[in-house]
Design a protein around this ligand. Structure first.
Ligand SMILES: [Zn+2]
Length: 82
């Protein structure tokens, strides 16, 4: 399961943007349905994205998006390195 989660991490921000193909989107959604870790991860990512975008409707700056992804990876690595 952990390996699968890692595969999805790189797609999560695209998923939140609705910027992925429908097959992958369905795959992620069904995975979220059975994986609490990813659900929590997506919820917190969503909140961060919403906060970042409030009063600022343009897309996330690339640097910020990269920081978010790095942070996510870091959390996952911590979680699954044990
Ligand atoms: Zn997962």
């Amino acid at each position: 399961m952990a390996g699968k989660c890692r595969e999805y991490i790189k797609d999560l921000s695209d998923y939140l943007d609705g910027d992925i193909d429908s097959g992958l989107c369905a795959e992620i959604e069904s995975h979220i349905g059975e994986c609490e870790n990813c659900r929590i991860m997506i919820d917190s990512l969503k909140q961060t994205v919403i906060l970042c975008r409030e009063g600022k409707p343009e897309p996330l700056p690339e640097a910020l998006e990269k920081r978010l992804k790095d942070k996510l990876k870091e959390r996952w690595d911590k979680k699954f390195s044990k």
